[in-house]
Design a protein around this ligand. Structure first.
Ligand code: GLU
Length: 443
């Protein structure tokens, strides 16, 4: 993950004093207040401009360093040898779980010597964050990529999917993927389409609060993910996160049905238009009846996990809003687009000609709703009926981002218009339901 690169007054003061993290420094603020302690390193979660000191009483304090602040090096950090953190030897009698690190808040661990938070660059660091996982499973771990999830691209989805398939082929019972929460739903959907027949669970897991904070959900989420990967009879890609804001229960969400619905709450993830697949409470996994079962490797051709990794990136998403410019549609749409329409699936009538032009040149235009809950229905109002006549395809009750990933994936598999349409209208991996009555699931 990229460390912050903005140079602030704090950085200049540190530079001038020749101090490095761990050194003992003295800070004199313009009002004469003096603070002495160890200089803490800057990390991905640091606020730029805030200087963090570890005081002699063990507490860290953050200091703003306005113009006029003085900073002196008192003593360099004494050389200490840090023992190498080694993962315990795997217990082969336990089910094997492969952890595939990708980055994000959950993959950051606290170095208790300095109190600093680091991205886990070594495979061991991921598992060692929560040593209890070694009692649940025979852990194998590997860092696949190390990045914030907003930087992920389809190439990373492909890389992760390939690693998942290889892990099962090498004997894993389940796979855990620690991941940044921002785009975890996109990756989950991509993996679900790329790996439609799985011999075991693929569990994406994240954390809303980093592990240096008392309210961190990282450890509990990771432990739950490992337990589900090690024990659940589940042949699909899921997301596991807190279900409530306290530490009572975790929810198991279907990867193609889940969305991050809050910026910071620990229970930010919600299943949309479909109930969760299950819960984990008191270390017990409770699964619903509507899960996708496993497909053992012995039933697969050559004992391999079938993977369909191709993605066509000439697909976009367009949010409908009052003022949406028809030219924007013409500029953006290449082979296909997901319209994130209002209500039942609408865009302003002034955009109709632009949409017609896109479909006439062969682009696929799929309608979803920014309401998220419920399904699109373009038969109710005249605008909707005109959109249907303009060639717009209903995304039914799919999440916009799932529809986006699906269209990329479908176009990656085939360019045959009939095949593309057939796939778009078919529920492939649980991403949409048959037309439902008004009792549609709503939390
Ligand atoms: N925005 C980053 C990401 O999604 C960090 C936050 C997180 O891990 O949830 O990777």
């Amino acid at each position: 993950m990229a460390e912050t690169t903005t140079t602030t007054l704090k950085d200049e003061l540190i530079d001038q004093a020749g101090a490095t993290p761990g050194d003992r420094i003295r800070v004199v603020l313009p009002d004469g207040t003096v603070h002495e302690g160890r200089l803490m390193p800057t990390h991905s979660f640091s606020r730029p401009g805030t200087l963090v000191l570890k005081l002699d009483n063990g507490y860290n304090i953050g200091l703003n360093t306005p113009e006029g602040t003085k900073l002196d090096l008192v003593a360099p950090e004494p050389a200490v040898s840090v023992p190498e953190r080694k993962a315990p030897k795997g217990d082969k009698t336990l089910p094997t779980v492969q952890i595939l690190g990708t980055g994000g808040t959950i993959a950051s661990y606290v170095d208790y010597r300095t109190g600093a938070v680091h991205p886990a660059k070594r495979a061991e660091d991921l598992a060692l964050m929560v040593p209890e996982v070694f009692d649940i499973a025979n852990i194998r771990s590997k860092v696949v990529v190390e990045m914030f999830s907003e930087d992920m691209q389809p190439t990373e989805w492909q890389q992760i999917a390939e690693e998942v398939a290889k892990a099962f082929e090498a004997g894993a019972r389940g796979v855990v993927i620690p991941h940044g929460t921002d785009t975890m739903g996109y990756t989950a959907a991509a993996l679900a389409f790329m790996l439609p027949q799985l011999p075991g669970p693929v569990v994406l897991v994240g954390a809303q609060r980093s592990s240096d904070r008392p309210s961190s959900d990282a450890a509990m989420n990771l432990k739950a993910a490992v337990r589900i990967a090690a024990t659940a009879h589940l042949g699909e890609v899921v997301v596991v996160m807190h279900d409530e804001s306290d530490d009572t229960r975790l929810a198991i969400h279907r990867g193609v049905r889940v969305r991050k619905m809050h910026t910071s709450r620990r229970d930010a993830f919600r299943s949309i238009n479909h109930p969760p697949l299950g819960y984990l409470e008191d270390d017990e996994v409770l699964l619903a009846a509507h899960i996708r079962p496993t497909t053992p490797l012995s039933e697969q051709k050559d004992g391999k996990v079938p993977r369909f990794l191709a993605m066509d990136e000439e697909v976009s998403m367009i949010q409908s809003y009052p003022g949406l410019w028809p030219d924007h549609i013409l500029d953006v749409v290449k082979k296909g687009t997901i319209l994130v329409g209002t209500g039942l699936g609408h865009v302003a009538r002034r955009c109709l000609d632009a949409i017609r032009e896109c479909t006439a040149r062969g682009a696929y235009v799929v309608m979803t709703s920014q309401c998220l809950y419920g399904r699109t229905n373009m038969h109710v109002y005249a605008t909707g009926r005109d959109l249907i006549h303009a060639g717009v395809i209903s995304g039914e009750d799919m999440l916009p981002e799932t529809a986006y990933v699906k269209l990329m994936w479908v176009l990656g598999q085939t360019q045959d218009p009939d095949e593309v349409r057939r796939n778009l209208h078919t529920n492939l991996v649980g991403e949409m339901d048959e037309r439902t009555e008004m009792t549609t699931y709503l939390e």
